[in-house]
Write a protein that binds this ligand. Structure first.
Ligand code: TYD
Length: 181
């Protein structure tokens, strides 16, 4: 797993093409996390939770225990699969929803944006969970063939919880940032 940091402001990031964004990134390799713990890699925008691994010659096993590994009560599980090459998912923000995203198979990238900064997380191991707090715009892209994206969510589906418009999200994110100062 690696995280790629973007330094430009989110507005500029959104206006920049994907290819240009990649050319502007700098890559930071994260140290491997210990096995068997829910040790967390801190980031203000999102964080990787290292899920337990039980290695086995017959096939590896990872488990998720809600109270130990997931920083919210799980009310919903959904998954993305059969994603065609080049397709992107996401493209929205949530007002109050917490999520944990796991690449159950294959790999994909998740770009998280809090309205001021953005960060790219490459999910390429079945034992990494990406915790996404509320008020994050997200794009999921670069899906490998056969990738399966599992999402654990803190609430049932509620369209009113979505920001579908990026500019609306930016306004709300700025208001939030102002109110916590
Ligand atoms: P959406 O969250 O917009 O998917 P993505 O951001 O990955 O493109 O959801 C796509 C559609 O599926 C939308 O019409 C709402 C519906 N949906 C549900 O009915 N229940 C759910 O739990 C989810 C996640 C989506």
């Amino acid at each position: 797993m690696s995280a790629v940091l973007y330094s430009p402001l989110a507005q500029r990031l959104r206006e920049t093409s994907s290819a240009m964004m990649r050319s502007q990134t700098s890559m930071r390799m994260l140290a491997p996390l210990p096995v068997g713990n829910a040790d967390e890699q801190a980031s203000s925008i999102g964080r990787i939770i290292d899920l337990p691994r039980i290695p086995d010659q017959r096939g590896n096993l990872t488990f998720v225990e809600a109270a130990r590994h997931v920083p919210f009560d799980i009310k919903r599980v959904y998954y993305l699969y059969d994603v065609p090459g080049g397709a992107s998912r996401g493209g929205h923000g949530h007002k109050a929803l917490h999520q944990l995203i796991i690449a159950m198979a294959g790999s994909f990238d998740v770009i998280l944006d809090d309205g001021a900064d953005a960060e790219k997380f490459s999910l390429n191991r079945s034992y990494y969970g990406l915790y996404i707090p509320p008020m994050r715009w997200r794009e999921l892209e670069n899906f490998s063939s056969g990738a399966v994206c599992l999402v654990l969510a803190s609430e049932v589906y509620e369209e009113d919880d979505y920001f579908r418009d990026y500019n609306e999200f930016l306004v709300a994110a700025a208001e939030n940032a102002g109110s916590v100062k």
